[in-house]
Design a protein around this ligand. Structure first.
Ligand SMILES: C[S@@+](CC[C@H](N)C(=O)[O-])C[C@H]1O[C@@H](n2cnc3c(N)ncnc32)[C@H](O)[C@@H]1O
Length: 633
């Protein structure tokens, strides 16, 4: 019987748990006044979480620290005035696809997605630069002008460059990398669903730091596992120490999860190789011993059984109770074999598809023998040509992880994210998984427009930057997946499209006038608050982002009373950014009873006339569709 706990609850530790749920990075270990090390709150970090400027503090505590960590936290939390602009020409099947490709710095992208995709992503896979001493790291606080910058490195993205080389001679080698990855992982965690998980590829250069930083960001108890992946065959890279033929994939969950399972590897499946009847629907089986000597003494497991008139005693005890064992014998799931000394080996059969569920799914192994890098290279070579992209991951590797079931939920849909997309392998893997099982998984890929060096094959083949490579790979991969599955039922419905968005400055003009400069006339003048080069589609997607509406929803563009009107997902949102909005036009929108409606602030006209139209428009909605949420930009 459960005993009532008559002690008063420990509110402090309960409160620490509450804070830990919101900000796992603020939980640390500290020496208490009694001299014991205990779980406590790192108030400096909590203060930092709640402040837009850098907070000082220097108490001794258990944590991973590096110069620039607080700045990195400020970077994660600071707002940006940027937006996503749709690019129809580079998209594939823009109108119908649910996949998204974002071109730009992933720090900006992750911030822009916070509203819309908060707690919506099922799985994230990332393969960040490994900090090998030869790669480039995005410097979020880079303020040097172009000349200074060119002297310092020589690599840039298309907006003028903040990508800096991070050679291991740099005194801030690990710090710079940590400052790059920290805010990104923090923002990414927010996007995960409660049962969401993240996979991070990394090698020995930053494995320990990545593990520590994830323990901090996700919480140590959210560590699901590390897979050591043998990533190449052949001689492997020669390092000072061991021959390097592996790297790691770390997995963390957002909240605590019960169980994780994956498809068995071919090697694992092969072990179910015994069959009594080739038509047995349970597949093959292997056997496990039923006698054990390693467990503590349990009298209820120490009993005799009878087999073919002989009495069999366990050496010490059985692993099951008597009833369970007798039932298993009855249903022919126990194998007896007489040994040369006359004693019996008694084992039970473990079927591939057993009574306790589909054993073709099992706990993922922490050791993976392939698929190999060479396969990834071949895959990309076959699609876009040789030497265009170095070290793409094999799509089968990513598909293996993305097909994990969390808490025994076998889902074939949901949102997947890769914010270091590279050649677009994750998007390819998602399409392949969908083609295999008819699933509806959707993928968001984010890739910087990192310029290709003019000396590279990629540049010579016409790829100006890596995002161009990713998009072309995904386009061709989509076609190939459909070709490879030609004839399969429903393959024509496979979503191989993607909507391309590019990160750009906000669509809004910065119209800040200090109170001293404000003249009465200013309020009467018509101030254009939207940049001249922005289209109504640009405005529409900024509104979707700000309002947290899914960017992949279907959009219909129509003309009503000579004005351009966008309807997003039927009535989820209706937008008109034209000028000359009046009551007559608005009445036509209001009778559709949209959930949300948006206009341009200056769409009603300027000055007092504009104001009175605005009031009338509000009245029209109040009367005809009171539930509609009205906004202006
Ligand atoms: C190791 S590669 C990923 C390879 C990918 N998994 C594949 O299979 O092709 C890392 C990628 O991240 C991109 N990257 C680096 N910093 C970035 C940033 N701040 N935002 C977006 N992408 C970035 C690099 O351009 C590079 O293509």
């Amino acid at each position: 019987m459960e005993k009532l706990d008559l002690k008063a609850p420990n509110f402090t530790s309960e409160n620490i748990e509450k804070i830990a749920d919101l900000f796992p990075n603020c939980v640390t270990e500290k020496r208490s006044e009694r001299g014991e090390v205990e779980r406590s709150i790192d108030f400096d970090t909590l203060r930092q979480e709640l402040s837009a400027s850098i907070v000082e503090g220097s108490q001794e505590r258990y944590s991973l620290n590096w110069p620039g960590k607080r700045e990195a936290l400020v970077t994660a939390n600071s707002p940006i005035s940027k937006t996503l602009r749709p690019c129809y020409e580079e998209s594939v099947d823009f109108d119908n696809t649910k996949n998204i490709f974002i071109e730009g710095d992933n720090l900006d992208a992750l911030k822009l997605l916070q509203e819309t995709y908060l707690s919506k992503i099922k799985m994230i896979y990332i393969d960040p630069p490994y900090n090998t001493g030869n790669d480039f790291v995005y410097n979020d606080n880079f303020t040097a002008d172009r000349e200074e910058y060119d002297e310092a490195s020589g690599q840039r993205d298309e907006e003028g460059g903040r990508l800096v080389a991070n050679p291991d001679s740099n005194g801030r080698f690990h710090s710079d990398w940590l400052s790059m990855i920290y805010p990104r992982l923090k923002l990414a965690r927010n996007l995960l669903r409660e049962d969401g998980i993240v996979f991070i590829s990394i090698d020995d250069n930053e494995y320990t730091n990545t593990k520590k930083i994830c323990d901090e960001i996700f919480g140590e108890d959210r560590f699901v596992g590390t897979a050591a992946w043998k990533n190449k065959y052949g001689a492997g890279a020669k390092t000072k120490g061991f021959i390097d033929v592996h790297e790691y994939i770390l997995c963390y969950s957002k909240s605590s999860i019960e169980n994780i399972s994956s498809k068995l590897s071919d090697e694992q499946t092969k072990s179910y190789n015994k069959k009594d009847d080739k038509f047995d629907l349970r597949g093959g089986y292997f056997t496990q011993p039923l006698m054990t000597t390693s467990m503590d003494d349990r009298p209820n497991l120490q009993y005799d059984i009878e087999y073919k008139g002989e009495v069999i005693k366990p050496i010490k005890q059985w692993v099951w109770g008597k009833e369970r064992l007798l039932n298993a014998i009855e249903s022919n799931e126990v194998v007896f074999s007489k040994k040369t000394d006359g004693s019996y080996s008694v084992r039970y059969k473990v079927y591939l598809i057993g009574e306790n569920g589909d054993k073709r799914k099992g706990k993922p192994m922490s050791l993976l023998n392939g698929p190999f890098n060479q396969e990834g290279t071949k895959e990309v070579e076959q699609l876009i040509g040789p030497a265009i992209f170095s070290f793409p991951k094999p799509s089968a590797l990513i598909a293996h992880f993305l097909s994990f079931d969390v808490n025994d939920k076998s889902e074939k849909d949901g949102l997947y994210l890769d914010f270091f997309a590279g050649s677009g392998t994750t998007a390819h893997a998602v399409m392949k998984l969908n083609a295999d099982d008819g699933g509806q998984r959707k993928c968001i890929s984010i890739q910087l427009s990192e310029e290709c060096d003019p000396k590279t094959v990629a540049f010579k083949k016409g790829y100006k930057n890596i995002a161009e490579i990713s998009k072309e790979r995904i386009r061709r991969a989509g076609k190939k997946v459909k070709e490879d599955n030609a004839g399969k039922e429903g393959i024509e419905n496979l979503d191989t499209g993607f909507r391309v968005f590019k990160i750009d400055s906000t669509n809004m003009v910065d119209v800040h006038v200090s109170p001293d400069d404000a003249s009465p006339e200013l309020f009467d003048t018509h101030i254009e608050n939207i940049k001249k080069d922005r289209t109504s589609e640009d405005l529409l997607f900024q509104v979707l982002l700000d309002w947290g509406v899914d960017l992949s929803l279907p959009i219909i563009r129509e003309e009503i009373a000579g004005k351009e009107v966008f309807s997003v997902d039927d009535n989820a949102l209706v937008a008109c950014f034209d000028e000359g909005i009046n009551e007559e036009f608005v009445t036509q929108l209001a009778i559709r009873k949209p959930l949300r409606v948006v206009f341009r602030d200056d769409g009603f006209g300027s000055g007092k006339d504009g104001d009175s139209v605005k009031i009338n428009v509000e009245q029209v909605f109040k009367l005809k569709s009171p539930a509609t949420d009205i906004k202006v930009i």
